[in-house]
Ligand binder design. Structure first.
Ligand SMILES: [Fe+2]
Length: 199
């Protein structure tokens, strides 16, 4: 019986909650301003969080009515944390973020294509991109974005079931102008993410 008690106690003390992650990120973003340093410090923490399948409440794990689900979990001045639920076939064509970011997979997997911009970015509507990697990000994995040189990607759920992720960004993307790219025609258009499903 003492052994059983010890096992339970050990599991309880190793739990890392969404609140723990938010508290740690709050500390990191208040002490670091470099995007690389923030991401390097925060990535292992997000890895730890997404390795716990129940780290997000049930209401934030559902697909949206007409598109993939997006729920704001925490908004702070220097960062925000949201959940995203991609259904089979859901995708987001190549786009930039204009901030640092992290995408952690909690359930299932996502195909992420990463791009590098070959042109100088001076033209408002022209953009020449090349693929740098096509990744299969599985549960427990975290992918990082650092702007302006490594923050362009495309997401595709090529599986037959929902994929649940946590996204973390250094800016609130709602209504923030950024770029969506058409790789074939080498064009760029300004777009902005709509409000989240819960706010
Ligand atoms: Fe993205």
């Amino acid at each position: 019986m003492p052994f059983a008690f010890l096992v339970v106690k050990s599991k309880m003390t190793t739990t890392y909650s969404l609140k723990n992650f938010i508290d740690d990120l709050d500390r990191i973003t208040r002490t670091e301003s470099s995007q690389e340093k923030i991401v390097n410090a925060a990535k292992p923490l997000l890895v730890r969080l997404v390795q716990q399948p129940n780290c997000i409440e049930e209401q934030y794990r559902k697909r949206g009515v007409t598109a993939y689900g997006r729920y704001m979990l925490h908004r702070a001045p220097l960062f925000n944390v949201s959940s995203v639920v991609w259904g089979p076939g859901d995708n987001a064509k190549a786009h930039n973020h204009d901030t640092w970011g992290m995408v952690g997979v909690i359930e299932n997997e996502i195909q992420e294509t990463r791009f590098r911009r070959k042109d100088d970015g001076e033209s408002a509507d022209r953009a020449d991109l090349e693929v740098t990697a096509v990744l299969k990000n599985k549960a427990g994995m975290v992918s990082c974005l650092v702007s302006p040189n490594d923050d362009i990607h495309e997401m595709n759920n090529v599986s037959d079931r929902d994929t649940l992720e946590i996204h973390v960004y250094g800016k609130d993307l709602t209504d923030m102008p950024r770029l969506r790219f058409d790789i074939g025609s080498k064009t760029a258009k300004t777009f902005a993410s709509p409000k989240y499903d819960n706010c």
